[in-house]
Design a protein around this ligand. Structure first.
Ligand code: ADP
Ligand code: ZN
Length: 425
């Protein structure tokens, strides 16, 4: 087997032992702490106040002494207050899609672009993409990092790029057919849209083998819908603007036993959302990320808002040694509290899709009457599914009973990019 046909894009990096990973992380963490203090006034001041001596920082054993940063840190320093390089060295920027309304800017040096491409190329290979394979990139090309991230990675992985960008689903499907797309990349909800239009067009895509889906929570129920609807293997790709974009954190492998996170590039902690203290492996909490190798704007202990847990640090059946986290179950700022019950929109999705005949298009409407919150769920379903059936199932699964309204398939609005599911009346 030639190197380019290895099942790993970067065999040495992807299979290094956990001891090697820990040594590397320890060294890189010390370097990055000293680097940000040397090159950025905001970090310098923050660390001075926290009593950190950047030149004598102990490394991993003292990581919990470092201040935690958040989207708020980015907002306060907008646009480039956290920059660690001269502006003349910047080659690209991206900005968050604004799901939470806060502009987060990520600038890149040439080395940062290569680091992003490298992480993303590892993800492509993990999903079975080899040089020359046609890859169709359906996320938008623009400030949103999705399109360009998939592009930079596909260049590095030497794939044949079909850069459709978002929209015009009929044309996407025709192109996929005409050019034999083997790997599809998409925002999760767009995968469902493609299936819907393919059925209308009566076209199937036998050459399509795998899809990398991200930017939104991929529930098990949604994974099944996409896997069956497209007849492909579904990979959950993870990253965010602050870590350098899509795929920077990692992807699940063909074993589908969790998302591998590139530990030679990122150090992860799972924090108790209330106390902000690190939690042991296996416990669900908020993911905090430290980027160990980025130049223009490294994040150190960035509280992501995403909820997950560490599943395993053992060598995986795929041979990779990098730890695995559970699929993101929601964001701390997504949590809804209705009549004293806490839940995430994704739990509603999972419960809805368990009902036979229900389609993956739904809205959660929050209504407030005289200070009391209630929810209503609008969902598309085939004939025979009733509002009562939806209410009964949600009551069983969530512990309270929202009103369920059934809509004919194809009648609820569709969105491009990240789907908006929750509406306030
Ligand atoms: P915004 O925070 O404005 O949505 P981004 O475009 O950077 O900006 O989106 C990153 C966020 O998208 C992550 O923090 C996470 O909440 C979500 N996300 C990205 N990939 C996934 C995934 N595979 N599963 C679940 N959520 C994801
Ligand atoms: Zn694996």
């Amino acid at each position: 087997m030639s190197v380019s046909q290895s099942v790993y894009f970067d065999p040495a990096a992807e299979t290094m032992s956990q001891d090697q990973i820990k040594d590397l992380q320890n060294r890189k963490l010390k370097e990055i702490v000293s680097y940000v203090c040397k090159n950025n006034a905001v970090y310098r001041e923050m660390y001075r106040e926290a009593g950190i001596d950047p030149d004598n920082f102990a490394g991993l054993s003292d990581v919990d002494k470092l201040p935690i940063i958040s989207k708020e840190t980015f907002r306060k320093t907008y646009p480039l207050g956290l920059l660690c390089r001269d502006k003349s060295e910047l080659r690209e920027m991206h900005m968050s899609s604004g799901s939470t309304g806060t502009p987060v800017v990520m600038p890149y040096t040439i080395n940062d672009l290569n680091q992003w491409a490298d992480c993303m190329a590892r993800c492509y290979r993990m999903a079975g993409a080899y040089p020359g394979d046609p890859v169709q990139i359906t996320p938008s090309f623009g400030l949103f990092n999705g399109g360009f991230g998939m592009f930079h990675g596909a260049r590095m992985a030497e794939l044949f790029i079909i850069p459709t960008g978002s929209g015009n689903t009929e044309r996407q499907i025709r192109l996929a057919k005409d050019f034999g797309t083997k790997v599809l990349t998409a925002v999760v909800s767009y995968g469902i849209r493609i299936i819907e239009i393919m059925e209308k067009m009566k076209i199937d895509l036998p050459e399509l083998k795998a899809g990398l889906f991200g930017a939104e929570t991929l529930t098990d129920a949604m994974t099944d819908q996409i896997r069956n609807g497209l007849g492909i293997d579904v990979f959950n790709i993870y990253g965010m603007t602050e870590t350098g974009g899509v795929g920077t954190l990692g992807c699940d492998c063909a074993d589908h036993s969790g998302i591998h996170v590139w530990e030679d590039q990122y150090y992860l902690e799972i924090l108790d959302p209330k106390t902000r203290k690190p939690l042991p492996d296996g416990e669900l909490g908020e993911l905090a990320v430290t980027s160990l190798t980025r130049e223009a704007l490294p994040v150190i202990r960035f509280k992501t808002g995403d909820l997950t847990r560490i599943i395993s640090r053992e060598k995986c059946a795929c041979g990779r040694t990098h730890l695995k986290i559970a699929h993101i179950s929601g964001r701390t700022d997504d949590m809804l509290i209705i009549k004293g019950v806490n839940f995430f929109p994704t739990q509603v999705e999972q419960a809805l899709l368990e009902i036979p005949g229900v389609h993956p298009h739904y809205q959660i409407i929050i209504e407030e009457h005289a200070g009391v919150k209630d929810i209503r769920v609008n969902v598309e379903a085939e004939e025979g599914v009733t509002g009562y059936m939806v209410e009964k199932h949600l009551k069983e699964r969530l512990g309270f009973s929202p009103k369920g309204d059934i809509f004919k398939p194809g009648t609820l609005p569709r969105q491009e990019g990240k789907a908006v599911r929750v509406f306030k009346n």
